[in-house]
Design a protein around this ligand. Sequence first.
Ligand code: TXA
Ligand code: MG
Length: 347
Amino acid sequence: MAEEGFPVTTLVLPVTAGGDPAAVEQAARLVRAGRLVAFPTETVYGLGADATNTDAVERIFAAKQRPHSDPLIVHLAAAAALPSVVQGAPPLAWALAERFWPGPLTLVLRRAEGIPPVVAAGGPTVGVRVPDHVVARELIARAGVPIAAPSANRFMHTSPTTAQHVLADLDGRVDCVLDAGPCSVGVESTVLDLTRDPPHILRPGGVTFEALRALVPNVEAPTRSTPASGSDAPAIMPAPGQLERHYAPRARVVVFDAQGPAALAAIAREAERYLARGERVGALLPDEEAAALAGTGVHIQTLGPGKDLAEVSRRLYAALRALDWDRLRRAAGGSLRSVAAEDDAQP
Ligand code: TXA
Ligand code: MG
């Protein structure tokens, strides 16, 4: 779907997960020309542009309809490029890079002059990481510039873990999508602020608190924003872009933070209430709990074995999208109400 100011056709380039020099070179040329390229990382697909080019970065905000107050992560092909993006990285940053890069850890450090303010919501810091995906690193290396990239979804939508998810949100608004299949981690990177002492986790993600604590014993856990009941507004705003509704699908989401037969009975009771009102209900459940809701009329999406959190993370966003769009929306024939999520569905 073409819209004024956006490319008419989004070029989809299939690549193998191990890379594909011709396709990646074509995408890298677009990045060098200031265009937008969606690309796979191990966490989620990113919406990339030359991080040193203000006009190119502006295109990211326009395509996503994202407010400029939400800063972008800059992606590097290797840790050695860190000094081109940040000033005075402390020894701890290098130690974390050595241990966790390439991988799902974003470090917030002091922004270097070569990175324009638009990348960082005008602030003095910048988030940076080296993604653990050959295609991503090959793209950055061939582009020859650091690549600024938020998740490749429209603002407030669920992050994309396949190229199809990217197209569902951004077809006609990005120049190119490199399609290397599903992401292996499936949830975003952990964002760690190293400009504070003690270092503080701004967003939980692919690298766990426990893993970070092994290297940063005084690391502070993320501050959970707890909305007052009946209110949409978070009680506190721990970091830009961390609103509770940030990951909200269209459908209303209720998170049951509990396990076992009592929790399943509570879910079944609640589902029954909605169904009785004629609403459509979907449930995201670990494999072993799916049977509890069989035959109730609830659309079930399984997430893999409950003990296998890596698998659950990998499948979570795709399952959320599948319920939200394919089943609930189509089933409702477009009459689904858009209601604020009661809670986010992050692991
Ligand atoms: O896994 C990921 O991190 C993915 C892939 C594409 O790398 N990217 C991603 O970007 O999730 P995005 O823009 O959807 O989320 C980045 C978040 C921002 O919303 C903000 O909360 C935080 O990271 N962030 C980025 N730069 C920051 C900064 N300078 N200070 C504080 N928080 C920052
Ligand atoms: Mg995002």
